[in-house]
Design a protein around this ligand. Structure first.
Ligand SMILES: [Zn+2]
Length: 308
């Protein structure tokens, strides 16, 4: 009784794959038409008349060739390396993909473009005007968006608005997203313990390490990671001498200090000297215990997410 059902399954799946193959071939044929032929066709039939072939080709020749492809991250790759390989700034890749966490995982899929700035992939019927407005807030410039993308190829007019077709790639040359970014709180020599579960070096008890331990020379300057207000400055048990700096969304914490130069209520600037590295509290040697906590719920988060 098993055999027939297997056969049935086989033929069913065969039919399914044949169907898939057919749609694949069909869509391939469609997309094969794109780069030159379709563009030319669009040009030649655009507006009210037919553009002479010579003029059409002249326009096509001026088009900056924006290329966008999907990249499967290899285990030995990281964001800066990929950016260097492609020849564009890492922030361009980070912004286009909106990577909150710049640490890439193997097999993560990211979009790679061959141009600086950002790439916008349009939804069906998105208006060019709304896209420009959105990217102007990220540093995009109307003139460059309008002049470096060939709008005659990628837009269509409807009810007085220029709209984009689904999947259209728009190059936004000068736009980048900004991400929460902290200045290095100390010029560290190495990281001795990262955020996560560990056995405490003094108590030998396994527990969650809420921050990152940055090994530095005794007395090395400690800087505020970002503009903020001092919400704690003094002795705090295992942390020894500790400082909390509250920023708009997060609070940074600096532990085991030997010196404190600020007091509660002080406003500090990014990279301002606030204390010095020490080994006070539960500590085995000079290092800065650096923590990042969300103001919304007070929970500690991975400091590396904000540090680089
Ligand atoms: Zn620590």
């Amino acid at each position: 009784m098993k055999l027939p059902s297997k056969k049935l399954l086989l033929s069913l799946s065969l039919l399914f794959f044949l169907g898939l193959a057919f749609t694949k071939v069909f869509s391939l044929n469609l997309s094969k038409q794109t780069p030159k032929a379709l563009e030319q066709e669009l040009l030649l039939t655009s507006s009210n008349g037919i553009l002479p072939e010579r003029e059409a080709n002249a326009i096509l020749g001026r088009i900056e060739n924006l290329e966008v492809k999907t990249h499967d991250v290899k285990p030995y790759e990281w964001l800066e390396k990929i950016a260097k390989d492609v020849g564009i700034p890492a922030i361009a890749i980070r912004s286009t993909n909106n990577l909150e966490d710049p640490h890439l995982r193997p097999h993560q899929k990211i979009m790679l473009q061959n141009k600086k700035g950002m790439v916008h992939i349009a939804k069906e019927g998105e208006s060019l005007e709304s896209i420009i407005k959105a990217y102007e807030r990220m540093g995009g410039k109307r003139e460059t968006i309008l002049s470096l993308n060939d709008l005659s190829l990628i837009t269509y007019l409807e009810a007085g608005q220029l709209l984009l077709r689904e999947g259209t790639k728009l190059w936004i040359p000068t736009a980048y997203r900004s991400y929460p970014f902290l200045a290095r709180p100390v010029n560290w020599l190495r990281i001795s313990s990262r955020f996560g579960v560990r056995r405490h070096p003094v108590t030998r008890v396994r527990r969650f390490h809420e921050g990152t331990d940055l090994v530095a020379k005794y007395g090395a300057p400690v800087y505020a990671g970002q503009n903020g207000e001092i919400t704690f400055a003094g002795w705090q048990g295992g942390y020894g001498y500790m400082i909390d700096v509250r920023h708009s969304k997060i609070t940074t914490r600096y532990g085991h200090l030997s010196q404190i130069y600020v007091k509660v209520g002080d406003q500090v600037k990014k990279k301002q000297l606030i204390g010095r590295v020490g080994s006070t509290g539960l500590s085995t040697g000079p290092h800065l215990h650096f923590e990042v906590r969300r103001n919304s719920d007070g929970r500690s988060v991975k400091p590396s997410k904000y540090l680089y």
